[in-house]
Design a binder for this molecule. Structure first.
Ligand code: F6R
Ligand code: MG
Ligand code: MG
Length: 365
């Protein structure tokens, strides 16, 4: 049976500030998706959130980029925005950049990751959701899951994975994609994906049969809008087991809280902290950036779950490490590399300050 998993997400109002989700927004989304499930439009759904970002996780048989599914999500975000406005939540409707829906949420503000798959005999999937960072945050963990034998033992010892995986990489500046095959093009891949502000892994495919293994949301709100409207706070869908990395290999990269862009005002580097659903409430300097992992088993498109995968005690050390790094890097205050470079910051006073002081710049001798 062919099933599509669609994860469509948006920040349509924060509670309090940009830190958390108001329960009324979740209720509104659940009611609407209940009705869509009763109508047969979708098979199943789950509403999740990470910080101030609401994720609609939906399964259906309409394929990727389906206008009805995208309209369903868009309309739900509009309804939630109405609730957010009544409660005067912060930044109500902030990710809805257009007034009129035109068939697909891409380019309109919400983030979106979708995959159509032939559901296997047993289909474990992990849906990652992040706040206070950008889709480049997935590059390092995806590389580790699907190309690094020090992370994924299956690449070495499981015959069904031994041939490796292909990575589809998006250049967000040129809006071009390239597919690179690992292990043989690993060093070429790293030239690009190590520069995660520009090159972002969009999809991963198994090399032997082109089966999709992972899909990320790669919209960049600041480029779409041409002005600051918040880091995109991405989502990622990963399939696990039997020819894909085991669940433990999919989660393992997050045991290292690597530095990502985002955090306060989308303008700082900070550690990517794996947390439980309840801990997905970034409040220290609006962070540090968070990631949650919702595990499901698919059963004829029904979402059996979620299991809160990072709740496990074995991620306590990563959290501890992330807090140490938080303490260390915060001491840099407004200095790089805590603060992002001038081109990557989402807020800047540079033009105004330059204008004010322009006559005071003298040619250096
Ligand atoms: C970062 C983020 C927050 C805000 C910050 C200032 O992605 O959402 O750190 O940038 O709270 O918000 P405004 O400009 O809305 O006052
Ligand atoms: Mg917000
Ligand atoms: Mg957010």
């Amino acid at each position: 049976m062919k099933v599509t998993i669609s994860v469509i997400k948006a920040d349509i109002g924060g509670y309090v500030g940009h830190s958390n989700m108001h329960p009324k927004l979740i209720e509104m989304a659940q009611e609407s998706l209940d009705a869509a499930r009763a109508d047969g439009m979708i098979i199943d759904y789950y509403v999740a959130y990470c910080g101030d970002d609401l994720s609609l996780i939906m399964t259906h048989t309409r394929g990727e980029d389906n206008a009805d599914i995208h309209k369903l999500a868009w309309d739900i975000f509009l309804r939630c925005t109405e609730v957010a406005k009544k409660l005067k939540l912060y930044g109500a409707g902030q990710d809805l950049l257009s007034d009129a829906f035109s068939g697909n949420v891409k380019g309109m503000g919400p983030g979106c990751a979708e995959m159509e798959i032939e559901e296997r005999k047993s289909e474990p999937i992990i849906i990652f959701m992040a706040d206070k960072t950008s889709p480049g945050a997935w590059n390092l963990p995806l590389y580790r899951m699907f190309a690094d034998p020090f992370n994924t033992a299956g690449l070495v010892i499981d015959p069904s994975m031994h041939d490796g995986f292909k990575f589809e990489v998006l250049d967000v500046i040129e809006n071009k994609v390239i597919v690179l095959s690992c292990p043989e093009e690993m060093y070429d891949l790293l030239v690009f994906v190590g520069a995660s502000a520009r090159y972002m892994i969009k999809s991963v495919y198994r090399k032997t049969d082109d089966e999709v293994a992972a899909r990320a949301s790669v919209q960049r709100l600041n480029l779409i809008a041409g002005r600051y409207v918040g880091k995109d706070d991405p989502v990622l869908i990963v399939r696990a087991q039997s020819g894909f990395p085991a669940v433990g290999e999919v989660l393992e990269p997050f045991a290292f809280p690597h530095l990502v862009e985002g955090w306060m005002r989308g303008s700082h580097h900070g550690p990517f902290m794996p947390v439980s659903f309840e801990q997905a409430t970034p409040t220290r300097f609006d962070g540090p950036p968070r990631v949650i992992a919702a595990g499901f088993q698919l059963a004829d498109g029904r979402l059996i779950g979620p299991v809160d995968m990072f709740k496990d005690v074995s991620f306590d050390y990563a959290r501890q490490k992330a807090l140490e790094v938080t303490e260390y890097i915060r001491r840099h205050g407004p200095f790089e590399p805590h603060r992002l470079s001038l081109e990557e910051m989402e807020y800047t006073t540079l033009p105004a300050v330059l204008e004010k002081l322009k006559d005071r710049f003298k040619v250096a001798e």
